[in-house]
Design a protein around this ligand. Structure first.
Ligand code: WT7
Length: 630
């Protein structure tokens, strides 16, 4: 695959990808291992919707990520693993070692009765075995559903049940900073209500004593290392599901976003190589957890599909001190660092002294992902981490897009702080107004949609194609609607302004207000609640909950604590509201709809102009809420 080396080449590639998308993607796809070549590159419609890439072709993404690299790069490091504590030794897997480990895991899964099409839930810390489990699933054609290890019992349980997973892969426990998370204890609770689960494969990470259920539970070390180190991969149809990843929407329960084999493979390989300008032999460090899409696409699949070296970090940027990222960069000679604005803003708080003792000369490219990066954080990152000579790629994408859609191409696209800049080749964005009418010309502002499919896009929501259609293709006919608002400057550069729906982005974690409300409402003392976002210096956005409680509640302080606890237990600590205000009522229209616009203004502290409140049943409730705002 040819690397885009200058801006003109980008423009030519972009032009070609628009004029003849099928020829464009066919050429890129040639270099992969196919058991059978495709008959047709693309069939699609955004009405039903049905998107079909590389129809008739068969391949295996694991073979392409590992086996294909063995001959040339067998002894090259595929994965570097840096543990939570710097006192523990780092681990490395060459491509050959990774191949053996993945084959062993694949054979272990088969021995547990897992077959092509079965769902496997992976609830693991940031250890190589998490990646190995995912790759092994892909190898045998099982569908992995990775659940972020920060999720609590009920979230885990619901995700397992939604896709009826047969196997759960987890660990005894793990350390993250100073904290210990007893993963198996949480899993045990969830497994009380997951009838589809037959076995639980447990990786021993910390020697924490666990409750071991005979017959159901199996230790990883008793099963996996005993297996044969070769395995004949399953030949997968191009559109066979590769994985499910749950994400939050504005309403209802989490959605099981489904990505399929060949399109995802081609798109991750392409976007990784181009966006980061990845060069052979470089060390790539993506700080995202494998429980999120960034971890899937750019900690694991993207780098490995390019024969690259990827670094997995188990810990947090502030442990044992706030220089940890930079120590890792120096220790492993990291060339490309890809992290989230929230991490940058956290480190920014500690000042720049920490950089004095760091070298950082290995760094060549920096990346940002997950939320808008504000200009201040951009400059701080550029000057302190990049020493003013590393381009920053501000990459815009989503769980549903599979990979990066709008981003500078490192060393190629002229940068503009806080702008995701231009669409990658093959990506056709369009801005529309509230009625779906295209906003033409520059500068412009509108809702960000896509008018043409790209290979890495989600194909459906697990078990609910209708919801897929409703959520992404029904707001504006014949367009994929991202849920984000965006501006386009006079040069056509995009700046993402944030969600226009009820999804909130807290520290790069996507949270649906509906989910948090449901958790809060599950407390018996709560009558109703409404959750909105507000600007937060570090997290980007924080959660503000307005709660109506039973009239017999006198101790509201305890109630507030309890509500936080409930959210912790039901979703996970990252979704705990930052502010909770007990209110006597919520601003509702005559039809019973909560006017979130008003609550958002109050949460933002911007109460000078609340807009028209005359359509409320009881406008005085606004006054009362304002008086006790927290
Ligand atoms: C939402 C998707 C991208 C993978 C990780 C998050 C926001 C993402 C950017 C960016 C501004 C961004 C959007 C998007 N977002 N990247 N570079 N600039 N906003 O995936 O959890 O599916 O969240 O994150 O609002 O819709 P996700």
């Amino acid at each position: 695959m040819e690397q885009i080396k200058d801006f003109n080449t980008y423009k030519t590639a972009y032009q070609k990808s628009i004029e003849n998308p099928e020829a464009f993607w066919a050429e890129i796809s040639e270099e992969f291992l196919w058991y059978k070549k495709w008959d047709k590159v693309l069939n699609w419609n955004f009405e039903t919707p049905e998107i079909n890439w590389f129809d008739g072709g068969t391949t295996n993404i694991c073979t392409n990520a590992i086996d294909r690299n063995l001959e040339k790069f067998g002894d090259r490091t595929a994965i570097i693993w840096e543990p939570n504590s710097p006192d523990e030794a780092a681990k490395k897997f060459t491509y050959r070692e990774l191949h053996q480990a993945v084959c062993q895991c694949a054979n272990a899964l088969l021995s547990l009765g897992i077959a092509k099409g079965d769902r496997v839930c992976i609830y693991m810390p940031m250890v190589p075995e998490g990646a190995i489990a995912m790759l092994a699933c892909a190898r045998i054609g099982a569908i992995h559903s990775t659940v972020f290890a920060g999720f609590a019992v009920e979230s885990l349980r619901d995700r397992i049940n939604d896709s009826e997973c047969k196997l759960l892969i987890t660990a005894d426990a793990f350390h993250r900073g100073e904290k210990t998370v007893e993963l198996k204890t949480i899993a045990d609770e969830a497994l009380k209500q997951t009838p589809s689960i037959q076995h639980c494969l447990v990786f021993n990470r910390t020697n924490t004593p666990i409750n071991f259920v005979q017959g159901r539970d199996i230790w990883w070390h008793d099963l996996v290392p005993q297996q044969a180190t070769t395995h004949e991969p399953e030949q997968m149809e191009a559109e066979a599901p590769l994985f499910i990843l749950y994400t939050s929407g504005s309403t209802g329960k989490p959605k099981g976003v489904v990505h399929t084999t060949a399109g995802y493979m081609v798109f991750m390989a392409y976007t990784f190589k181009q966006v980061f300008n990845y060069r052979d032999g470089e060390v790539f460090f993506c700080t995202a957890d494998i429980g999120w899409i960034t971890g899937h696409s750019y900690t694991i699949y993207g780098p490995l599909l390019n024969g690259g070296t990827t670094l997995m970090f188990e810990g947090v940027p502030t442990y044992p001190d706030h220089g940890r990222f930079w120590d890792i960069v120096d220790k492993h000679k990291v060339n490309i660092l890809y992290t989230a604005p929230t991490a940058i803003r956290t480190l920014e708080m500690f000042g720049t002294d920490i950089f004095k003792a760091k070298n950082l000369s290995s760094l060549r490219v920096l990346g940002s992902v997950g939320e808008p990066i504000n200009e201040e954080a951009w400059h701080w990152y550029f000057e302190n981490a990049g020493k003013k000579n590393c381009p920053i790629v501000d990459t815009w994408w989503q769980t549903e897009t599979g990979g990066i859609l709008i981003s500078p191409i490192a060393t190629v696209t002229p940068l503009k702080p806080a702008f995701a800049t231009l669409p990658l080749p093959g990506v056709q964005p369009i801005l529309v107004d509230e009625n779906g009418k295209e906003v033409v010309g520059n500068p412009a502002e509108g809702r960000l949609c896509m008018k043409f499919p790209w290979p890495g896009m989600a194909r459906t929501l697990y078990g609910n194609h209708e919801r897929y259609k409703q959520t992404y293709f029904s707001t504006y006919p014949n367009l994929y609607f991202s849920g984000d608002g965006a501006k386009r400057d006079e040069n056509g550069y995009y700046r993402i302004t944030g969600r226009v729906d009820d999804v909130i982005n807290v520290s790069g974690h996507r949270i649906g207000t509906g989910e948090v409300e449901e958790a809060i409402n599950s407390n018996d003392l709560v009558v109703e609640s409404a959750v909105v976002g507000f600007p937060h210096d570090i997290k980007g956005q924080g959660l503000y909950a307005f709660v109506i409680c039973n009239s017999d509640v006198t101790d509201t302080e305890t109630l507030v604590k309890e509500i936080k606890h409930t959210v912790n237990e039901r979703i996970g600590a990252f979704a705990r509201p930052d502010k909770i205000q007990i209110v006597p009522g919520l601003p509702k229209t005559r039809s019973g709809k909560i006017m979130r616009r008003i609550l958002r203004k109050i949460a933002e502290g911007d109460t000078s102009n609340l807009g028209d409140i005359s359509t409320l049943i009881d406008p005085s409730v606004v006054e009362t809420i304002l008086k006790s705002a927290v």
